[in-house]
Ligand binder design. Structure first.
Ligand code: SF4
Ligand code: SF4
Length: 94
């Protein structure tokens, strides 16, 4: 089976504590050890750089308490990058 490609920048892992029951399924299914559990059993992000954006934690959570949010590419672009992408304005003389 093909390995999922690692994105250039890791996503945000949003854990909604009010819905989480600390069952540990998300951490157990995470294939790269991004998620760990605290003393009470609740998950927390231990090492976001290891995230391969597979979505298993979100898919497997029975309470919809964890979400994998890809950071918006647009927000990460610098001003210089945006300028480069802008089409050059035609100069007309006349
Ligand atoms: S699978 Fe969902 S409910 Fe269970 S610990 Fe993870 S976030 Fe919480
Ligand atoms: S998206 Fe995949 S690698 Fe990232 S935290 Fe969730 S299960 Fe782990």
């Amino acid at each position: 089976m093909k390995e999922p490609k690692k994105p250039k920048e890791p996503p945000n892992i949003d854990i909604y504590r009010a819905w989480c029951k600390g069952c540990g399924i998300c951490a157990a299914f995470c294939p790269t050890g991004v998620l760990a559990r605290d003393e009470a059993g609740y998950p927390y992000v231990q090492d976001i750089d290891k995230c391969i954006n597979c979505g298993w934690c979100e898919i497997r959570c029975p309470d919809f308490a964890i979400t994998v949010e890809q950071k918006k590419r647009r927000e990460r672009r610098t001003k210089e990058e945006r300028e480069k992408e802008r089409p050059a304005r035609e100069v007309t003389s006349g």
